[in-house]
Design a protein around this ligand. Sequence first.
Ligand code: ARG
Length: 491
Amino acid sequence: MLRGRFSRPLDRAALALSESTAEDRRLIRADLWGSRAHARMLGEVGLLPVPSARRLDRGLAALERAVAAGRFRLDPRLEDVHLNVESELTRRLGEDGERLHTGRSRNDQVATDLLVYLREALLDLEERLGGLVGALLAASTGPAGRASVVGWTHLQPAQRVYVGQILGTHALRFLRDAERLRSIRERLTDCPLGSGALAGSSLPLDRARTAQLLGFARPSPSSLDAVSDRDASVEALAALALFSVHASGLAEELVLGAMPEVGRVRLADPFVTTSSLMPHKRNPDLAELIRAEAAPALGRLTAHLAMLKGLPLAYNRDLQVGKPLLFEGVARAQLVLDVLTPMIATATFLPGRPAAPRPDAETSSVELVDRLVARGVPFRAAHGRVAKFLAGPSVAGRALRALPRDLLSGAFPELGPEELAFPPEEEEAELRTTPGGSSRRAVERLVAEIRRRRGASRRALFAERRRLARWRRALDRPFPPVRRYRSQAHK
Ligand code: ARG
């Protein structure tokens, strides 16, 4: 705890309210990376004697190993990750440790840590989303995907579609989520480090160098902005809120589809529960929990925005409250993905129960209307005639395809025998050949597009991981390194 000129320690409850060590464990790796970049730069520009900088670098590398081995615990009395690292380093190195904070503030440190953390978190989520998209694609292109079921609007029977289109459509939503996360990540280019508390520094810091060593493109252009900007956290929480809405929509369809009355999906044993009272039960609890996760995900976004609202420029301690919202948002999304992906991969998709042939379940009605329209009947008139006909006594609840031909031709004399023949139920989806429609060809195009975009996403994420690993390894090169470097180099 920093007490400086104060004579008394921070009040106990005040410390409890202000310390952030529990959540800060997610920032340790980022914090150590940032400190190694900073120490190296201090040595390179001559703000630290090279032997000091070298000892600091070794000390920080040793701390990285301690973290990896689970041997470094954050002490709540030291308030946050930054003071814990500095104090442990000073305990190990003495005076050199006290030199690390030269030209730096916890304000630019935490802003930098958050971006370094978020970059990794987004890559991880992009990869997990790719896994879910892959599982949905596999199910949509398998034999079950070729079955046709009644598609719903308002949860009422509408028109028949292939299961492959339904699953492919969920895949498309999650693919967009992954692309959204990637675009957020690709805009994490400006490094806050070197912005100090709010106004930069009078010391000759080389901000371009620390930006480079941390894998950023450039130093941030305003110190006032750099210490207060949490846009990336908000964007990530917004993208995760939307992802969780997509996940809850799929989860709801799994819950409905698993109802025996609907019979469209059977979830595998590891993803269902039973009842403590009713032995026959097979409950989709996990799908329900995923459906519910969207609620706190939306809450985290609004909580973070509300915390930021009205804050004056530069660092304010309120900002600390945003950290656990972000970390929890990431962790919950990871967990949802880790359940949803194998749940889809192990589910059995069934053809579903045939809809009872009732006028309100007659999915070929649109085709009949369209054929009248093709014969010149105005759409509204055609719609009205078909609706009346289906509800009339002569149909008596039978399906269009089961009606005697003369009954149909009596009601719709403008249609010839071919136009009054309806394909079997399973083939109805083939009739809608518009791009993006329900025909098999349109679904194949959908799947091909998802495959292509998913491939591009995966290549981008692995390329970024390799790039970051290169900069991370650059810190392990012999110290001091060459003095010259391309100061704006990013790639
Ligand atoms: N623990 C703080 C946070 O997470 C770090 C910055 C503290 N700065 C300060 N001036 N008290 O935001």
